[in-house]
Design a protein around this ligand. Sequence first.
Ligand SMILES: C[S@@+](CC[C@H](N)C(=O)[O-])C[C@H]1O[C@@H](n2cnc3c(N)ncnc32)[C@H](O)[C@@H]1O
Length: 261
Amino acid sequence: MAKRKRAPKAPADPAHDLNALLPQKRHYRQRAHANPFSDHALSYPLSPDAIDWAALYPTSPSTPEFADVGCGFGGLLIALAPLFPDTPMLGMEIRVQVSQYVQDRIAALRATAAANPQSAPPGAYQNVSIVRANSMKFMPNYFPKHSLSALFFLFPDPHFKARKHKARIISPTLLAEYAYILKPGGIVYTITDVRDLHEWMKAHLEAFPLFEPASEEDLRAEGKGPILDAVYSSTEEGKKVERNQGDKWLACFRRIEVARI
Ligand SMILES: C[S@@+](CC[C@H](N)C(=O)[O-])C[C@H]1O[C@@H](n2cnc3c(N)ncnc32)[C@H](O)[C@@H]1O
């Protein structure tokens, strides 16, 4: 019997087929970890004023309000962008290929939204962007004093060995920078599947005089439930932990208001 020929597949129309546009992770292979102390040949802005915000947020240039430190493949930003369409948010990622992937992912989502208004409202994802940067250096060069309402540290690299603890993204020196760029009342969200790292981040934040613990219950009562849901489940690392049925340890802290004397 003659074989029936399959009808040729219609070529994907990028305006309607998101998958045709979205970058594929396998084309962005990179080592699992980057050493934050090596020379990454990065250049840094002299100040937030020196950053071309219009290049990052073309439709409404401004400094960011949310920052995702070590954003990896960008899952949190992509989940939050449509929930807070008027909030500019910035991912920071040290690895070249990974930050390029997020940049291409955002460009694809913007292009799809523009070409296919049924898929997303016009202007969708214009509020989300990424920079390749080492967040252990020069955070105040990116974010003005008291400008952020949310700062995320989601599943940061654990740097297990004691001699590597200095590479952890939460430390007393760095907390001073985070307190400087956060608005009073702004929230630091941390989550990890490594209990020891959770205890470390919590202990350092508790010991720092400009932060106070913010319970999940209080944050949900304030309407931050959608942010917490995204913190738990939207990132690539968070999804991996779920697949492996690991634990997730959340710790959130509020930048306190300081009375003027
Ligand atoms: C374990 S991954 C978690 C990624 C993402 N937050 C998630 O939950 O899927 C940690 C990420 O932080 C990035 N990273 C580590 N140190 C960094 C630094 N000093 N500055 C910016 N990114 C950093 C790593 O390259 C990596 O992509």
